[in-house]
Design a protein around this ligand. Structure first.
Ligand code: ADP
Length: 638
């Protein structure tokens, strides 16, 4: 047992008090109190008088949230200040004119009933029922409201006989006229401050002889094991062992570095909220950083790149909205990706939408429930982890698929030329005199090679061709080397068919920005066509020429000229359409897709494809690609 300094009548901003619960804890904790009860108003809702009063005073609207809040701060109060916080209510009924303190309540109760009903409900919850005595309101005197002065809530006091066995204690001391009638009658009493703002802490208080727990305190009060004294915080400060909330970089935290854990930045100009949230997050093993204004927060964001930020919107100078926008537009990817949980006193749906629109991942309205806040933070961290893993897996999957696709395409592509020569040879032999049996076998070989060539063409269809992807993956490439590679790849087939292939290039062609693989495919298609549509004894000429202009821009031309069947004049405009095949192609295999691919690739490079042709004489296809002239200074650089 010890003497506990107590105040069991305190109002917070949940009703008409001016100070938030977190700050109340701090004030009482630092003043050395042992036990307090938070007792916000719960008014009846039926009486018209009460409605009038309710306009002047506030009442707890969401009692459950209120109890929840007290429970959340209790642990913090205990560990930080060794302060016992008891949940309570001041139940007020204006019709019957009573104010009753319920100390140690667990759930809401109904204020729309007579005093006896309320006292019974308090007792059913195991609570203590104290008759409170709010002071007369100044406004009654100012307005000359004699009726209210007469009616001020002294119902319990006027009818003491009726309640003497029911009320556990009578609140005295801030009305000296009441002390005598209670104390002298031998009734249990208690002195509280009826705290609404900071100044009220200087008032009569109780020293209760009890263990520091709720039951012992309640028992001691009803057994009159208490003493009254006038408390003045400046004179009567008790020195108590304190549990300090470790601040960041505080050496007293024992240097326990929680490496590997997520960093959470808490930004709010209300220090108690920051301390309370940091305390709970640390308890969960997270590293916490704190900032009390927008600029400080921005500095910490840049230097520490936390994973999650709890961001209050209402801050002086740089507010939460602006900070959120700065972060979402930041150059650094890690900073842009910080998960943001916004806190706001604005509960309108459009504010929430605006917050989410600006890039918040979560939006909570104040007053906050710390438990809910922590839960949301944990969910955000979980989401980050899942997303991070998914991103990694997708990257891996993409690169392996790309590798596989590339090697498969290469294999398929390499099949094409031998297949074409196989088909061409079979066709040549078909024209010679053969036995019926040989002709059948040759026909099978020819048709099979034709079918296989089609399949190869289909397999090489440009599934991965997207103009954006081509642009994104462009690099500076020595184009003459790429063309030469394509020419080399048809040399054998050309020799077999008796076609001469010639390659030439102008000197000093600067590297040109292009997608090497796709440009190679386009040139190969032109060469395959030249080979296909030119008979033995013909010639294919491939040239790379650069035309560098007088300013920074120039052109590189890749042309493929053959002496083949040529293209009918009326078809020249159609051959780049997908699946279009010339009327003069006879039995040459093909799907009519080669040139449409060439056009797509060239367009994606910002180039042009031209064709000149004369039937039975030959065709020339030219790819024109834009190039920067390295000899000229870029006008934009000047
Ligand atoms: P495919 O060769 O499979 O028919 P393409 O899209 O490559 O399909 O060509 C479309 C058409 O253009 C061909 O069918 C042919 O009529 C004509 N063509 C393309 N290249 C040549 C060429 N070098 N000589 C003559 N005609 C050609």
């Amino acid at each position: 047992m010890q003497w506990l300094l107590a105040d069991l009548h305190i109002h917070s901003t949940f009703s008409d008090g001016t100070i938030r619960i977190e700050e109340i804890i701090k004030i009482y904790g630092e003043a050395g109190f042992d036990a307090i009860a938070i007792t916000d108003h719960l008014f009846d809702t039926q009486s018209p008088i009460s409605l009038r009063l309710r306009e002047e005073e506030k009442s707890v609207k969401d009692v459950e949230a209120y109890f929840h809040k007290i429970e959340e701060v209790s642990l913090w109060a205990k560990e930080s200040y060794d302060l016992l916080v008891i949940p309570g209510l001041e139940i007020c009924n204006l019709l019957e004119d009573y104010h009753i303190l319920g100390i140690d309540l667990k759930e809401p109760l109904n204020p729309n009933q007579d005093a006896m009903g309320v006292i019974n409900e308090i007792h059913r919850q195991g609570g203590l029922a104290i008759a409170s005595h709010p002071q007369l309101k100044l406004s009654y005197f100012l307005n000359g409201d004699n009726e209210s002065i007469q009616r001020h809530p002294l119902h319990l006091w006027k009818h003491r006989d009726r309640y003497v066995d029911k009320i556990d204690a009578w609140e005295i001391a801030n009305r000296e006229d009441l002390f005598g009638i209670v104390s002298l009658a031998g009734l249990p009493y208690v002195a509280n401050s009826d705290f609404h703002d900071r100044g009220h802490i200087s008032s009569w208080k109780s020293l209760i002889f009890a263990e520091k727990n709720k039951d012992s305190v309640k028992k001691a009060i009803s057994e009159r094991k208490l003493s009254l004294f006038f408390f003045n915080p400046n004179e009567a400060k008790k020195e108590l062992p304190r549990f300090q909330i470790p601040k960041e970089n505080d050496e007293s935290s024992g240097g326990s570095v929680q490496t590997g854990e997520e960093k959470i930045l808490i930004v709010d100009d209300e220090e108690e909220i920051v301390d309370l949230v940091a305390y709970h997050l640390k308890g969960k093993g997270y590293q916490t950083l704190t900032a009390y204004n927008g600029f400080e927060a921005l500095e910490k964001v840049q230097s520490e790149a936390p994973e999650v930020m709890i961001l209050d919107l209402m801050m002086p100078e740089l507010d939460g909205w602006e900070l959120c926008q700065i972060i979402r537009r930041h150059d650094n990817e890690a900073i842009r990706g910080i998960s943001i949980l916004m806190l706001s006193a604005r509960a309108m749906p459009e504010d929430r939408v605006h917050g989410l629109h600006l890039g918040a991942d979560e939006y909570l309205t104040k007053p906050i429930s710390v438990n809910e806040l922590i839960l949301r933070v944990e969910k955000l961290i979980e989401k980050r982890k899942i997303l991070g893993n998914l991103k990694g897996e997708m990257e891996l999957l993409r690169s392996t698929t790309q590798e596989k696709e590339a090697s498969l395409r290469k294999v398929v592509h390499d099949l094409k030329n031998p297949l074409i020569s196989m088909g061409a040879s079979a066709k040549r032999m078909l024209r010679r005199n053969q036995t019926e049996e040989d002709l059948n076998i040759l026909r099978i070989i020819y048709e099979s090679s034709l079918r296989l060539t089609r399949w190869v063409d289909e397999a090489l269809l440009p599934a991965g061709l997207s103009p954006q992807r081509i642009k994104d993956e462009m690099k500076d490439v020595l184009i003459q080397a790429v063309v030469e590679r394509a020419v080399d790849s048809i040399k054998d087939a050309a020799a077999e068919k008796g076609i001469e292939v010639h390659f030439s290039t102008s000197p000093c062609i600067p590297p040109i920005p292009c997608h090497e693989d796709w440009i190679l495919r386009a040139i190969e298609n032109l060469l395959a066509n030249a080979l296909k549509y030119t008979s033995g004894g013909g010639r294919i000429e491939v040239t790379v020429t650069s035309y560098l202009g007088w300013k920074e821009l120039g052109i590189v031309e890749i042309s493929v000229k053959d002496t083949g069947i040529g293209i009918l004049a009326e078809e020249v405009g159609k051959i780049f359409e997908p699946f279009y095949r010339g009327k003069n192609v006879d039995n040459e295999p093909g799907l009519g897709l080669g040139l449409s691919l060439v056009k797509e690739v060239v367009d994606a490079h910002g180039g042009r494809i031209l064709v000149q042709s004369e039937p039975k004489k030959g065709s020339t296809f030219s790819i024109l690609l834009p190039v920067k002239n390295p000899n000229e200074k870029d006008v934009t650089e000047v």
